[in-house]
Each structure stands twice: as C-alpha cells, then as structure tokens.
Design a protein around this ligand. Sequence first.
Ligand SMILES: Cc1ncc(COP(=O)(O)O)c(C=O)c1O
Length: 372
Amino acid sequence: MKIAGFGVEEWLNKWEKSATYDISQSTIASMTMKEALSLDGQDGEEFYKILDQQKMNYGWIEGSPEFKKEVSKLYRHIRPDNILQTNGATGANHLALYALIEPGDHVISEYPSYQQLYDIPKSLGADVDYWSIHEDQNWYPDIAELKALMRPNTKMICLNNANNPTGTLLDEAFLKQVVALAKQSGAYVLVDEVYMPLVDSERFVSIADLYEKGIATNSLSKTYSMPGIRVGWTASNAEIADLFRKYRDYTMICCGVFNDAMAVCILKHRDQVLARNRKLVVNNLKIYQQWLDHEPRASVVMPQAVSTSFPKLTIPDDIEDFCVRLLKEQGVLLVPGTRFDMPGNVRLGYCADESTLREGLKRLSVFLRQYD
Ligand SMILES: Cc1ncc(COP(=O)(O)O)c(C=O)c1O
C-alpha cells in the first residue's frame, strides 16, 4: 500500500524539538499531569488510590462505561453504546476510513485540511476529489463546487470542522447543505471535530447529531489540552459503530487503563478545562490581533476561537527556507504552508502559553524586517 508522507508531521518531527518559541502547534497549551489531577481539588490523591489497586490488564476494550457516558453528553442524540474509544482522533479517522473505504470508491475531501482525510482514502484505492477552501470566502469551501463534484456513487464526504490549518468553523446551515447533497447518493459524511470554538461554542454542531450517516471523530488532544494521553473516539449510529467494532479489534484492542482514567478525569471536569482554555484563547487572540495590526507583512482571516490560524506572509523567499532560517536565527517555529499545499501562508498556533506567543511574534516581526 502506497501513501504520501504526512507533510505537517514530517515537518514537526524534524524541527519541533529545536524550537525555543514554538508557535506552530494546534493544541491549546497542554496541561501538566499535576494541573489535570488538581481539577477535582484533591491533587490526584483519590485518582492514584484507585489506580494503585487497579490491575494493568487491557481494561475496558471500547472505553469504560464512564468514558462513554461522559463523551455521549457532548452530543444531542448519540448514546454511550455508539461511542468507541480510539488512539486519538488520528486513530478514529483511520478506523472510519479503514472500515468504510474500498478500492474504486468515490470520496470527496475538504482541501486542504487534515491530510489523513484525503491521503488515507487514496491509499485504500479510492478515487479522491478535493473540495477546495477559499481564502477570499473566509476559508469556506463552495457548495456549488461540492454539487459539481458529487457522483451517484459518492461513498463519503470528509470534512475537518473546525478546519486545520485555518481555524474556520462551518456553521449548521452550511453543514445542512452538505448533508442534503450527501443524502442524494447515500454518502457518509465523516467530520474530524477535534477543534471546537471556545467562544460561542453553541455555534458548533456535530455531524453525528445532524445526519444518520454522519460520523464524528474527536479527541482530548486539542480543545482539551491533553494530547499526551492519546485518547479519542468515534460517534455514529449503531450500525456504523458495529462495523467499526469489527475493524477496531484488528487494529488497536484498547487505549489502556491509565489513559482511560485520565480521559474520564478530564471529561468530568470539562467545564473547568474549557474555562481555562477559553481564557487563554481570548487573551491570546487579543495579543495576536494587536500584533497583526502592527505587522504589515502578515494578514489573516481570523480563526473562530479555534486554536489554529493560517496567516498569509508577504515575503519574496521560499516559505520553507524562510521557516528554517526563522527557526535557526530566532528560535521561532511555524509550519510552512507548503505542508498544506499553500505556499503563501504559514500555520501559526497562537494558543501556546502567553510568554511564548508574545516573544515568538516579536521575533517573527524582527525577522520580517529584513525585507523592508
Ligand atoms: C484535524 C486534526 N485531527 C486530528 C489530529 C490529531 O489528533 P490526535 O492527537 O487526537 O490523534 C490533529 C492534530 O494536529 C488535527 O489537526
């Protein structure tokens, strides 16, 4: 099976450990174990007491009942039975695609977005069409273009809502138009929902609540600041969940007793985690906006309180060379837009801790002055 290299991951694997000011990432500043375990006010005392007695067997294969119950609360209509725990959202996307896509299937994927959503179906032998997003349309794709791409046998439409790298949220009215088109061919709609807006989050609607053949994938890695525990999930109808169970047994078994316990802790204290992160996002957005107001070589379609953004940089140099020199000379890491096939832009993750963001932006501006 052939597959393209994963552009963003290859870039981060090579450079992220050499960054002093990493403003390339899309997670909202990760929590420490101490921070996570202090959410219940007991500094982990109860957590470790239970865990100390816990056998490190496989635990709950699909995720513990508590985990499933907490996750199902994130949806309007999804029952705990229809939540399956996975190794991150990456594992969830892989599971959905592996279970449903066969050679010759027609798949339409939002582009650019998370590379799994087009290169895994391609590697499985699907015929993949790109549904492009447009900077001059607030990074929305165009419904008329989707209509033109649809075929009577379209098997799946893949979206990333909100989008990585742009931070754009597709609203309910728009998603309903996608669903109406999907219904014409009976296509599944797979939506990677790891980025939820932290302000006015009720604007976000899960595809699993909108469409019978909607599959939502998600995790605790971005909005919930815990990528280290590698816990994600799929949310779908019962029939699709049963199909996923079959494929899941071959690829992962479970996520581990410890990771499940941590995930339950985070989900049970969801309101506190979201309050922490809302504060960070709102504060950092202000800093980011102030920087943009004074930086003539950068412009951006503002992300919608989602932890990733995709500014355009007006520079004469190759963007990869620029990013490597920026890192070597100023210690600042960005992801060049080439990793999303858009060389005019960079991914800028403004949800690092405040001091990293401030110094990172300051140094980026110092570096940009070479072109004045
Ligand atoms: C859209 C999207 N989905 C999934 C992931 C990976 O998520 P996880 O850490 O849960 O596997 C990322 C990470 O960058 C992402 O941007």
